[in-house]
Design a binder for this molecule. Structure first.
Ligand SMILES: [Mg+2]
Length: 235
């Protein structure tokens, strides 16, 4: 089969890649952590880029000397409250947007029979739904690998491949799998999973820092649909 005819799997990160959520996620973590663990401003100085939600919770607990409180019960209590606060933050958010070219790129990929699109994100699934439904993007992604699935992002490519198989009955090769993300951890996660790393500088990481990690493709944003499709081996 020629390379262009092989089935391709394209996996999108959410924050900084598809959308800017206007910091509703970090505000929700901060508020929920205060309510559940009693620590104010717990997230000050903590970078969330590319980390999973459960990884962020563990980091915050350790940072504030509460590592001994990490267990299934406190984790469930935290994420229950986090989702409630996130929905509340979304309802009153005044900032946030879809990044340039995303709607056009998704439409172009959906028109390709050989391409399957999914999510690969550190957000827990319900958090991803809340963030993407705000921009009518959730329904565009029939499956994904989420922060609920693994605490470490590097474990998410194989999980996404299994979900893609469940959904399409196709066994995608890692080499035909593209991980699109805005952080150094997205590039690392693609490498760990044997996938192709496509970096985009629409998040918090400067383009020079992304370039230094030598992703397979790098874009300032995803607005040049033709060039992005070419990098994805489509068209
Ligand atoms: Mg991101």
């Amino acid at each position: 089969m020629p390379p262009s005819a092989r089935p391709r799997l394209v996996l999108f990160d959410i924050d900084g890649t598809l959308v800017m959520s206007g910091r509703i996620g970090s505000r929700a973590v901060k508020r929920a952590f205060h309510e559940v663990f009693g620590v104010e401003d717990a997230t000050t100085g903590v970078l969330f880029d590319g980390k999973t939600d459960p990884g962020i919770l563990r980091e915050l607990l350790e940072l504030h000397g509460l590592g001994h409180r990490h267990c299934d019960d406190t984790r469930a209590a935290f994420f229950q409250r986090y989702l409630e606060v996130l929905a509340d933050e979304r309802a009153c958010a005044e900032t946030g947007h879809v990044h340039p070219g995303i709607h056009e790129l998704l439409a172009a990929l959906e028109a390709c029979e050989d391409v399957t699109v999914g999510l690969l994100t550190g957000n827990i699934r319900e958090g991803a739904r809340i963030k993407l439904e705000r921009f009518s993007l959730w329904a565009r992604f029939p499956f994904g690998a989420f922060g609920d699935d693994a605490e470490t992002r590097d474990e998410l490519v194989p999980i996404a491949l299994t979900r893609a198989h469940d959904f399409r009955r196709i066994r995608f090769a890692p080499a035909d799998t593209y991980v699109i993300g805005d952080s150094l951890r997205d590039i690392q996660c693609a490498r760990a999973g044997g996938a192709v790393a496509v970096a985009v500088a629409t998040g918090g990481t400067p383009i020079a820092e992304l370039a230094a990690r030598r992703p397979d493709a790098l874009f300032p944003d995803l607005s040049d649909t033709a060039r992005v499709l070419e990098a994805l081996g489509v068209g």
